[in-house]
Design a protein. Structure first.
Length: 262
């Protein structure tokens, strides 16, 4: 029996979701174990980011079961339940979404203080520890507009970690960055993974996904085509579509040749 089956933190079973007449997810089955790193790859428009949004209750499927940390996400009907869920799930988006009028330190401490009721001194101590982890200790009193895109994204990661989550979702966190700043963000994620943070990444950084993942999931047209170890997907796959996709993106940030949308 696999680690994911014996110690799951996330379980999706036959999840279907449509926006109007457009089917986005067509029966997703996915299990993630505590401590695992799972990368979701595939062409744009294949449903990757929607899977993350379902896990975090940002969108609700029409059918199927979603369980996160023992909570039935698909059955949540009010915002109080969703807020309780999100206190244990950090999510980092393509865009940094930092408060421009707040310092870096205040961006990181605002949620623990207001939502969790953490004492300000303790919240600031933890925030400074997190800034050290994302290699931005000297930026605590600066404002987002004074930082590069890569630095802002690292602040966004620290902000997600400030809630002490059990799971962190990374949604194409390098796609809006200058190529020169991608490496600094990936280095931070690599450190978190080594520390055992349970993570699910949607990414087009193929080499990075192959390096850090326990499981790689390939999606297309709202379906999981295959999933397995990095070696199974990147080196040994017998699926011609997966081989073509992986080889086309072997450089990491190469553009997709057949994907549309996000």
């Amino acid at each position: 029996m696999s680690q994911a089956q014996t110690n799951p933190i996330v379980e999706l079973a036959n999840v279907h979701l449509a926006f109007g007449s457009t089917e986005v997810l067509k029966g997703i089955d996915l299990t993630v174990a505590r401590g695992q790193t799972v990368s979701i790859i595939g062409p744009s428009g294949s449903g990757k980011s929607t899977i993350l949004r379902c896990i975090n209750a940002l969108v609700a499927p029409q059918t199927g079961h979603i369980t996160v940390n023992g909570m039935r996400v698909d059955q949540m009907r009010n915002e109080a339940e969703r807020i309780k869920l999100r206190q244990k799930i950090g999510i980092v988006f393509q865009q940094y979404n930092l408060f421009p009028h707040l310092s870096v330190l205040d961006n990181i401490t605002i949620a623990p203080i207001r939502i969790l009721g953490v004492d300000r001194a303790e919240a600031e101590r933890h925030a400074r520890d997190l800034l050290a982890r994302v290699r931005l200790s000297e930026k605590a009193q600066m404002f987002p507009g004074q930082l590069s895109g890569g630095q802002q994204q690292r602040v966004a990661i620290a902000r997600a970690l400030a809630m002490r989550p059990d799971l962190v979702l990374f949604d194409e966190v390098t796609s809006a960055l200058d190529p020169e700043t991608v490496g600094e963000v990936l280095a931070v994620i690599r450190d978190l993974v080594k520390e055992g943070m349970t993570s699910i990444l949607v990414t087009h950084e193929m080499r990075f996904a192959e390096e850090i993942s326990d499981v790689v999931v390939f999606t297309e047209n709202g379906l999981i085509v295959d999933q397995g170890s990095p070696e199974d997907i990147f080196q040994k796959s017998t699926n011609a579509r997966i081989r073509r996709f992986v080889n086309g993106l072997a450089g990491g940030r190469a553009s997709l040749e057949d994907g549309e949308g996000i």
